[in-house]
Design a protein around this ligand. Structure first.
Ligand code: COA
Length: 136
């Protein structure tokens, strides 16, 4: 059974290892030790556990009530396609709602954008706002 819960202080090392696997896979960006500790402290890091082992995670980078970011969504490869990513995204959205956040954005690859669309993420917020990028 998969348990989805806020990360605890004692989860730190396991979380760091999983993030590093994701960074090596080229799917998520690095996080410093300080950032991870801060996310745990602020209860903005959610983990999925199977038999007490962390198998996936997601973070909420809180900027303001109007705007925050879903980041560091990563499921260990052998645990994918079991609905765990969906469970984590739903838990994060519930947390955001409690904080009265109105918009959540995420930056991802074109490939994974399709997955997010299945979870009701769209390319424009409220039909008005879009994200634009410039390489410099
Ligand atoms: C994307 C990811 C989070 C999905 O997690 P998951 O637990 O496998 O998701 P779910 O089980 O809820 O959904 C899996 C379904 O989505 C599909 N899927 C997986 N990756 C997909 C993608 N990139 N695009 C479209 N569909 C995708 C799977 O084929 C699967 O479909 P199936 O059930 O018919 O086999 C996971 O694959 C992952 O950790 N990927 C690497 C990290 C990453 O890309 N993170 C996003 C950075 S913000």
């Amino acid at each position: 059974m998969t348990i989805v819960q806020e990360a605890k202080k004692q989860d730190f090392e396991e979380i760091q290892k999983i993030i590093n696997i994701g960074v090596i896979e080229g799917k998520i960006l690095k996080r410093t030790k300080k950032e991870i500790q801060m996310l745990i402290k602020q209860k903005n890091l959610i983990v999925a556990k199977e038999e007490d082992k962390i198998v996936g995670l997601v973070a909420l980078d809180y900027y303001s009530k109007r705007f925050s970011e879903l980041r560091t969504l990563f499921i260990l490869p052998e645990y994918r396609s079991n609905g765990i990513g969906g469970l984590l995204v739903n838990a994060l959205l519930q947390k955001a709602k409690k904080k009265k956040i109105k918009e959540i954005m995420t930056i991802t690859t074109k490939e994974t954008a399709e997955w997010f669309k299945k979870h009701n993420f769209g390319e424009a917020a409220h039909g008005l706002k879009v994200a634009l990028f410039k390489e410099i």
